[in-house]
Design a protein around this ligand. Structure first.
Ligand SMILES: *Cc1c(COP(=O)(O)O)cnc(C)c1O
Length: 430
C-alpha cells in the first residue's frame, strides 16, 4: 500500500517509510492511496470471528506484504492482548471501555502496534530510531510502555513539569532502559515547540528521529479495531448505530470514519469536545479558525488545532454538506461534564471519568435526532487516571488497579531541561 502526503498527492511512500517518517517531509500527513470495502461475508460472520482475526482482516490491506502474515498476526496478538468490553449504561446507551491495557488509556493500542512495527522493520538492521514525543499526559505513558525494550529504538519523552498528574508522571518516568523522560519547565506547547524544532534541525538529520503522536499512521490505523469490536457486540440488536468520541486531536474519530469507509455499518459519528471547540464552530459556520488551547478538566482533549481533521476532510473530498450527513460535533463545558458525571453515577451506578463523560454528553444530544438508534461512547481512560476529580465529584474512593499500584511504588527518574540546546545535546548522545 502506498501513502500520499496530504500536501502533495504525487509524493508517495511505502507503509514502512510512512511509519518511520511520521510526517511527510513537506509537512503533510500521510493518507492511504486506496480504501476498499471489506467483503460482505466478513460482516455477516463477524460475531463468530475472534478479535485477532477481525483486526488482521481490517489492517492487512493497509500493509500488504510489507510485514509477512505470520509476523503481522503476532504484532496484533500482542497489541490487543486485553479486553474491550462494552458496558450497558442505560437503555440504548453503551460505554466502550478502551482502558483495560497496561497504561489504562486507549492510546495503548496505537502505541503498542507502532512500536512492534518499528521493531519488525529494525529486526535485521543495525539502525537506530529515536522516537521523540511531547505529551500533555496520556501519550507519554502509553509510548513509554509500548516501546520499552524494543530493539533499535530510543524513546525521548518531553513533558511539562508539574502539569501532568502524579500517576501520569510515574508512568513515563519510572521505566528506565531505552526510555528517557525530560521534564520541561514550561507548558505542553513549550514541549511541542522543542520537538518541532528538533525535527527541522539539519544537524539532527542523521539521528533518524521519528514521532509517535497520533499523526503516525501506525498509531492511527489500529484504532479502527475497536469500532469493529463494538459492532460485533451490538449487531444482534439490528438497529442503527451512533457513536460519540471524546475528541482532542481527532485521531480516534478519524479511525472510526475510516472504518465506515471499509463498510462498517455505523450510521452517525459525533465528535464531542470540551471548551476547545474549533470543529463544532467549523461545522456551524464553515470557517476553520483554530485557537490556542484552553485548559479543562478533560485535559487530554485540550487541543486548539486538531491535527487529524484534515484526514477526515480528505475522506469527504472536502465536501462539508456530504460530511455533515455522517458527522456532528458538539462542545460542552467543565460544568456540564461534572454534572453529568454525577448523574451517570447516581442514576446508573457507572463511574465515568471526564473524557468519557464528555463523550456521553455528545451521544445523548445526537440520539435525540435518532430515537430508534443504539449509541455507544468511547470511555477513553480509566477513572483512576483522573482520581482527584472523580473522587471529589462523586464522593467515592476508587480502588487502585494493579497496573497503577506497580508504577506508584517505583522511583521517578527524569532530567530537567530548560532549553532546546539541552534537548539537542541529549539527542546527540543517544
Ligand atoms: C488522547 C485522548 C483523547 C483524545 O483522543 P484523540 O484521538 O486525540 O481525539 C481522549 N481521551 C483521552 C483519555 C485521551 O488520552
Amino acid at each position: 500500500m502506498k501513502y500520499y502526503s496530504l500536501n502533495n498527492k504525487n509524493h508517495t511512500v511505502s507503509f514502512q517509510e510512512a511509519v518511520i517518517n511520521g510526517l511527510s517531509p513537506d509537512k503533510g500527513l500521510y493518507f492511504p492511496s486506496k480504501i476498499s470495502e471489506l467483503p460482505k461475508t466478513f460482516f455477516e460472520n463477524i460475531e463468530n470471528t475472534s478479535n485477532e482475526e477481525i483486526a488482521f482482516e481490517v489492517i492487512k490491506p493497509f500493509i500488504k506484504d510489507e510485514i509477512p502474515e505470520k509476523e503481522l498476526k503476532q504484532i496484533i496478538k500482542e497489541t490487543i492482548s486485553f479486553d474491550f468490553p462494552l458496558n450497558k449504561v442505560e437503555n440504548n446507551i453503551y460505554s466502550l471501555e478502551l482502558f483495560h491495557g497496561p497504561t489504562m488509556a486507549f492510546k495503548d493500542v496505537g502505541a503498542r502496534f507502532m512500536s512492534r512495527c518499528l521493531a519488525y522493520f529494525n529486526k535485521n538492521k543495525d539502525q537506530k530510531n529515536i522516537v521523540l514525543v511531547a505529551t500533555s499526559g496520556d501519550t507519554g505513558g502509553a509510548v513509554a510502555n509500548g516501546f520499552l525494550g524494543v530493539k533499535g529504538v530510543e524513546v525521548i519523552i518531553l513533558y511539562p513539569s508539574k502539569k501532568v498528574s502524579d500517576i501520569q508522571e510515574r508512568q513515563l518516568t519510572t521505566l528506565g532502559q531505552n526510555i528517557t523522560a525530560l521534564e520541561v519547565e514550561g507548558n505542553f506547547d513549550d514541549c511541542q515547540d522543542m520537538v518541532k524544532k528538533a525535527f527541522l534541525d539539519e544537524e539532527l538529520r542523521h539521528q533518524n528521529l521519528t514521532s509517535a503522536n497520533s499523526i503516525n499512521i501506525a498509531r492511527w490505523l489500529p484504532q479502527m479495531f475497536y469500532f469493529f469490536f463494538a459492532y460485533k457486540a451490538l449487531k444482534k440488536f439490528n438497529k442503527s448505530l451512533i457513536t460519540s468520541c471524546p475528541s482532542g486531536n481527532f485521531g480516534n474519530i478519524c479511525a472510526g470514519i475510516l472504518a465506515k469507509k471499509l463498510g462498517l455499518p455505523i450510521h452517525h459519528f459525533v465528535a464531542t469536545t470540551n471548551a476547545n471547540d474549533t470543529i463544532p464552530r467549523f461545522l456551524t459556520n464553515g470557517v476553520y479558525e483554530p485557537k490556542p488551547s484552553i485548559a479543562t478538566i478533560s485535559n487530554a482533549m485540550d487541543v486548539g488545532n486538531p491535527s487529524n481533521f484534515v484526514r477526515i476532510q480528505e475522506m469527504y473530498n472536502n465536501d462539508l454538506s456530504e460530511f455533515k450527513k455522517d458527522f456532528s460535533s458538539y462542545t460542552f463545558t467543565d460544568e456540564d461534564t461534572l454534572e453529568v458525571m454525577k448523574n451517570i453515577y447516581n442514576q446508573y451506578n457507572y463511574i465515568a471519568e471526564p473524557h468519557g463523560a464528555v463523550g456521553y454528553l455528545g451521544l445523548k444530544k445526537e440520539l435525540k435526532n435518532h430515537p430508534e438508534a443504539i449509541g455507544f461512547f468511547l470511555e477513553t481512560a480509566h477513572p483512576v487516571k483522573f482520581i482527584d476529580i472523580v473522587e471529589s465529584t462523586l464522593n467515592i474512593n476508587l480502588q487502585i488497579p494493579e497496573q497503577i499500584k506497580n508504577v506508584l511504588s517505583k522511583e521517578k527518574k527524569s532530567i530537567k531541561i530548560k532549553n532546546y540546546d539541552h534537548l539537542k545535546t541529549i539527542i546527540l548522545t543517544k
